[in-house]
Design a protein around this ligand. Structure first.
Ligand SMILES: Cc1cc2nc3c(=O)[nH]c(=O)nc-3n(C[C@H](O)[C@H](O)[C@H](O)COP(=O)(O)OP(=O)(O)OC[C@H]3O[C@@H](n4cnc5c(N)ncnc54)[C@H](O)[C@@H]3O)c2cc1C
Ligand code: FES
Length: 699
């Protein structure tokens, strides 16, 4: 049998192609599928069906409505006389709508699934013959399916295995009853049948049946006819989603694995492509919402029982509706300081320690993108006011906690020293939702080069973890170079972690460079070269290609790299960077741009009104920034970096205009001001503000 798809026509119909196109995988999946989709079953599939004690079928009734069915039998009840045929020596269970759909010439989708081993194979075909207690299928398309999201279950065959046709209580309704609702709400597995009605003979059309799995509660019942569930990353064929976009009719089967009840339903499905719920549900790429028209419940129908084993490891990367709701609520409180508790502390090096934070009210914290930072506020004994700082979230996971990896700054440094010297598990501090625009460009497929020095590695660790997680989730690993410089092995954090990841994943190359290695540091083992991370190192490590660069470290380090990379012809928009200290503007016309001195835009006094506090002040160049003016006037505005990086000081500008003394890095709206790096501009002649009103801030 030839390998792969033997026809010129695509193995995908127009709905599947439309979805692949929309999601940017069309070309990749077409060439991949031409290798793995066949028009007949390979021997491995034929043997697999012969071992199974049940098979899932998707068929379509006279009204064009798909149904998903389960046909059980003693292993061996399915045989394949040749690669193009599957014979099934069993009939539909009592009450299964399959009784009305199993007809010669009918389209059928077939799913062979083995819960114990998480193996599954798919097939699309037509019913070639139907006789009492048996039927046969002619194969049109056959392909393997990966084990993602399948929970393991051990199977027990009941003595009634041969009595599928025996009468059982059947309930028919146009909506979910209490028990059906409960079954859907606790389901970790469901089967969905969809169909693309035949308009031609091409093999890419027909009926389909597919498995979906998630943590219990991944299906949310919205009313007594509607439920919605997340569609996680799959094989990119989009058989189900592609069918729904051209034909919304769909059928579902929910199995009560313990009691043996089967609930069949048919109705209409829609794809929810985007929105806050898609964003909030971890792992969701889109949602599928279903509205039932007919529900058939057959009690104690299944002559099989299943003992739950374990959840799919893939579920670690997925959430639940309860978590999604909390995430949405947290998003709505993004500018409010909420209490957090330190739930774990882990040393990462002699100078860097990780602090794990979870919300003190037990709720799920707001999501973050890899590279973003957390504005925190805490009270330190001896300080009159709470202190605000920003720390990058050093892990990608959107789990129930955040991780900050903080360097002990030593000297008089307040917050970092306090973390290291005094904070312990159970202590509390406050944090706003994560923010920051130094994040991975997820729309790019270019290889990523993450370059850092010292504690600047925290966003790079988050990005690396995210890239690996995404690779595991989507099976598409983005090429990544992690290049980091530290003084010596004692100062180096996360060395084992990144080396371990690189050992497991070919997509990741790690290069650790120590400027002053010590005797205990082992070249080739714990580090890769001696010296400073510079452009020469980049040239030696990176094959000629078009990369996305991310830089984080001390200002001179970043400036040198920026200058070196641009001199090599790297485009400016390919270099992303963040500074933990004073704002750093690396981009330049000929030489490093320094922040212009304060007060150049305006000479004379400008009146500034802090409206919420009912305080008026006169600004002149010697008063510094609007933040300093506010502080001098006795106000206490929130700030952290004082350098336009963190966004903590963002303030609504009610009227007037401002100038920035240095290009602000933090994102802000058109009517917002980052007061830590802004000075007022005279409003003379600005009709909206009235005579001599100057600048009015909502502070
Ligand atoms: C976007 C962003 C992300 C960041 N992410 C991280 C991260 O992941 N990990 C991390 O460790 N840090 C990070 N930082 C840095 C962090 O926010 C703090 O700036 C850092 O921890 C220092 O704060 P501190 O309160 O300890 O020091 P501060 O009290 O603010 O002191 C800062 C420096 O000034 C010196 N100093 C303090 N008082 C005096 C004085 N009276 N006279 C002279 N010098 C003085 C201190 O010795 C110290 O070197 C990040 C910063 C930004 C802007
Ligand atoms: S305090 Fe960080 S942007 Fe103003």
């Amino acid at each position: 049998m030839p390998d792969g798809w033997p026809y010129g026509d695509s193995p995908f119909h127009k709905g599947e192609q439309q979805v692949q196109e929309r999601l940017g995988v069309r070309d990749r999946i077409e060439s991949f599928a031409r290798r793995v989709v066949r028009d007949a079953m390979p021997d491995q599939h034929r043997q697999f069906y012969a071992e199974l004690p049940f098979v899932m079928l998707g068929t379509v009734d006279d009204r064009g409505r798909p149904w998903a069915s389960l046909v059980p039998g003693r292993p061996g009840f399915m045989t394949s006389p040749d690669a193009g045929a599957l014979e099934v020596a069993a009939g539909p269970l009592f009450g299964d709508p399959l009784h009305g759909t199993l007809k010669p010439g009918a389209d059928v989708g077939v799913l062979g699934i083995q819960f114990e081993t998480r193996r599954r194979n798919r097939m699309v075909g037509t019913i070639s013959s139907v006789e009492p207690g048996r039927f046969a299928i002619t194969v049109a398309q056959a392909f393997g399916n990966c084990p993602q999201y399948i929970q393991t279950r051990a199977l027990e065959m009941l003595p009634e295995i041969d009595e599928g046709a025996r009468k059982r209580p059947v309930g028919r309704a146009d909506r979910f009853d209490r028990r059906t609702r409960a079954l859907i709400e606790r389901a970790d597995t469901l089967f969905i049948a969809t169909a693309y009605s035949k308009h031609s003979d091409t093999a890419s059309q027909g009926a389909d049946v597919s498995h979906r799995g998630g943590s219990p509660g991944f299906v949310r019942v919205e009313d007594d006819r509607t439920f919605v569930f997340p569609d996680f990353s799959g094989n990119n064929h989009f058989n189900t989603v592609g069918n729904i976009v051209v034909n919304p009719k769909a059928g579902f089967l929910f199995v009560d694995f313990e009691a043996g009840d089967l609930v069949y339903m048919t109705g209409e499905a829609e794809i929810v492509w985007e929105g806050e719920e898609v964003d909030a549900f971890a792992g969701a790429e889109r949602l599928i919402r279903f509205r039932a028209e007919e529900v058939v419940r057959v009690e104690d129908s299944l002559p099989l029982r299943f003992d739950f084993g374990e959840y799919s490891p893939m579920l670690e990367h997925t959430g639940s509706w309860a978590q999604a709701a909390q995430t949405i609520a947290a998003e709505n409180e993004r500018n409010v300081y909420l209490p957090y508790e330190i739930c774990d502390i882990q040393p990462e090096s002699e100078v860097i320690t990780s602090f794990y934070l979870r919300r003190a009210d037990g709720k799920t914290p707001a999501r973050h993108e890899p590279g973003q930072f957390l504005p925190i506020r805490l009270t330190i004994p001896g300080q009159d006011d709470p202190l605000i700082r920003t720390y990058t979230l050093s892990d990608a996971s959107n789990a129930n906690h955040y991780r900050l990896s903080i360097k002990r700054e030593g000297g008089d440094a307040l917050v970092s020293n306090h973390f290291h010297d005094h904070l312990k598990k159970g202590d509390r501090l406050e944090a706003m939702a994560p923010r920051g625009k130094f994040v991975l460009d997820g729309s790019s497929n270019r290889p990523v080069v993450l370059v850092s020095a010292g504690v600047g590695l925290t966003p790079m660790i988050a990005m690396t973890n995210h890239l690996i997680n995404e690779g595991l989730r989507t099976r598409n690993f983005r090429r990544t170079y992690f290049i980091h410089g530290a003084r010596n092995g004692r100062a180096l954090a996360f060395g084992d972690h990144v080396r371990g990841l690189a050992a497991e994943h070919d997509s990741l190359t790690v290069h650790l460079r120590l400027s002053r290695p010590e005797e205990t540091d082992r070249l080739g083992e714990t580090y890769h070269s001696e010296g400073h991370v510079d452009v020469e190192l980049m040239k030696s490590l990176l094959p000629f290609d078009d990369y996305d660069f991310y830089l984080c470290g001390p200002q001179p380090f970043m400036q040198e790299l920026y200058d070196g990379l641009t001199a090599l012809g790297v485009r400016d928009d390919r270099i992303h960077y963040e500074s933990f200290g004073p704002a750093t503007v690396l981009k330049h016309d000929g030489g490093p741009k320094r922040a212009s001195p304060l007060g150049t835009p305006v000479e004379g006094p400008v009146s500034v009104c802090f409206a919420d506090s009912d305080v008026e002040a006169k600004w002149s160049p010697d008063k510094g920034t609007l933040l300093e003016l506010a502080e001098a006037a006795g106000l206490n505005p929130a700030f952290s970096c004082r350098s336009g990086v963190c966004g903590t000081c963002v303030t609504r500008l009610r009227c007037g205009k401002v100038d920035y003394i240095e290009e602000p890095v933090a994102p802000h709206g058109d009517h917002d001001v980052l007061i830590c790096c802004a000075t007022p501009r005279s409003s003379a002649g600005d009709a909206t503000c009235g005579e001599d009103q100057g600048v009015v801030l909502e502070l």
